[in-house]
Design a protein around this ligand. Structure first.
Ligand code: PMP
Length: 441
């Protein structure tokens, strides 16, 4: 351990997110430096980053151009009030972002995280219907196993039991569609699985139950990451879009993971060719270097606020740090790096190699599914009787000891390396997982 942290008790004051602190104290894992594809640990080991931090460091760590932009910005303008005032880089960034995304997703609202982006999107959806005089549309629809961050809106529409059950009754008027994970029919699919488009009809059932005139919006991750890498079946998103159109329901894509190149295109919107009404992003927008989120909104929604019957001129929502100058500087530099290094195309070009590599794990002990898209993969392990999640967590610890960072969620190993990863590093990541799975068996 570093000198400043001599005893396990020195680790106690920091209450860590999503972490069993008592376990962590007995075996702390601390990073003190990062560059490119690697972290350096406090005991001076190199760890290859198979997860882009937490799905965010798409351009690799300590990217020089991004570092320089943040340093310069800190000297030039550290902070500007976020309401009724601004600074030029916020407007420049918004213009660059809307030029990257297809269709008429022409306006951006800035936040500081994925959770804030989700709550912002839900609030915009509710306020939009009201601005149009449709105040009865207040229901929000999410999905089982959906992850939309940890705000009260996000956990209400989210569908991960542990993230919900300790926190009371949550938002009223929320329903959930079924998730799309179906290993019985779709195991070892490459890309989008064949079966399950009909699951979108859950929305029809919810409409039949409550009446379309009560429903404001549906939110889904086009590809669900944090819940274990669940791909949308072929035709599913298209069907969801058609049902939303039929009933005047807004469709929100949560692209906090899929935004900024993860699937080999700028956004999942491009990858799947389905146009939502609102898109939430965070993570890759600033390469994880400064917290930032961005919510994209279609022109018609923005216009309803500007020209609505109630003449509602403002959205009563925002954060002290919306469009923070450091975040804007980091994001502008990040977008430059993505373009100069053509990283989204690099992701698309590497995807077939990555796909073959992860599917080579198919016949290893306890592997019951492998699924992938772009530079994301999920490797699902059979639950250990009486101790579900134990096998994957053991794999995570052993990989870490062998110098590879993977992520696990439940019994699923999730991979999402920075888009600068090369073939030899893909081999190292997958080879290490193979060794560890044999070990655990
Ligand atoms: N939505 C999705 C789809 C996510 O994957 C995440 C984070 N993994 C979030 C929202 C929440 O983002 P944050 O942790 O930045 O609040």
């Amino acid at each position: 351990m570093p000198d400043s942290l001599n005893t396990p008790n020195d680790l106690a004051p920091f209450w860590m997110p999503f972490t069993a602190n008592r376990q962590f104290k007995s075996n702390p894992r601390l990073f003190v430096k990062a560059e490119g594809m690697h972290y350096t640990t406090s005991d001076n080991r190199q760890v290859l980053d198979g997860t882009a931090g937490l799905w965010c460091v798409n351009a690799g760590h300590a990217q020089p151009k991004i570092v320089e932009a943040i340093q310069q910005q800190a000297q030039e303008l550290d902070y500007a009030p976020a309401f009724q005032m601004g600074h030029p880089k916020a407007f420049e960034l918004a213009a660059r972002l809307v030029a990257m995304i297809p269709g008429d997703l022409d306006h951006v609202f800035f936040t500081n995280s994925g959770s804030e982006s989700v709550d912002t999107a839900l609030k915009i959806a509710l306020a939009y219907h009201r601005a149009k005089g449709d105040a009865s549309r207040t229901r929000l629809i999410g999905r089982e196993r959906g992850y939309h961050g940890v705000g009260f809106g996000g956990i209400s529409v989210g569908g991960i039991v542990n993230n919900r059950r300790f926190f009371g009754s949550l938002l009223a008027g929320v329903d959930h569609m079924r998730h799309t994970h179906d290993p019985a029919r779709n195991a070892f699919s490459r890309g989008q699985p064949e079966h399950g488009a009909e699951l979108a009809d859950d929305l029809e059932r919810i409409v039949a139950l409550h009446g379309a005139e009560t429903i404001a919006a549906v939110i889904v991750e086009p590809m669900a990451g944090s819940t274990g890498v669940l791909m949308p079946p072929k035709g599913y998103l298209e069907r969801l879009r058609a049902i939303c159109d039929k009933y005047g329901i807004l469709l929100i894509f949560d692209e906090v993971i899929t935004g900024f190149g993860r699937l080999g295109s700028p956004f999942a919107v491009d990858h799947f060719g389905v146009m939502p009404d609102i898109v939430t992003t965070a993570k890759g927008v600033s390469n994880g270097a400064v917290p930032m989120g961005a919510v994209f909104v279609r022109k018609g929604i923005y216009d309803a606020f500007m020209n609505g019957p109630e003449n509602a001129i403002e959205l009563f929502h925002g954060y002290t740090y919306s469009a923070h100058p450091l975040a804007c500087a980091a994001a502008l530099a990040t977008l430059d790096v993505y373009r100069e290094q053509d990283l989204f195309q690099r992701c698309a070009d590497l995807a077939p190699y990555f796909e073959d590599a992860v599917h080579s794990l198919k016949d290893l002990p306890h592997v019951i599914d492998v699924r992938n898209m772009g530079l994301v993969a999920g490797i699902e392990l059979e639950a250990r009787p009486g101790a579900p999640t134990a096998r994957a967590f053991e794999a995570f610890l052993k990989c870490y000891d062998k110098g590879v960072l993977i992520r696990t969620t439940g019994d699923i190993i999730a991979l999402s390396p920075p888009l600068i990863v090369d073939k030899a590093q893909i081999d190292t990541i997958v080879g290490t997982i193979a060794d560890v799975l044999k070990d655990i068996a």
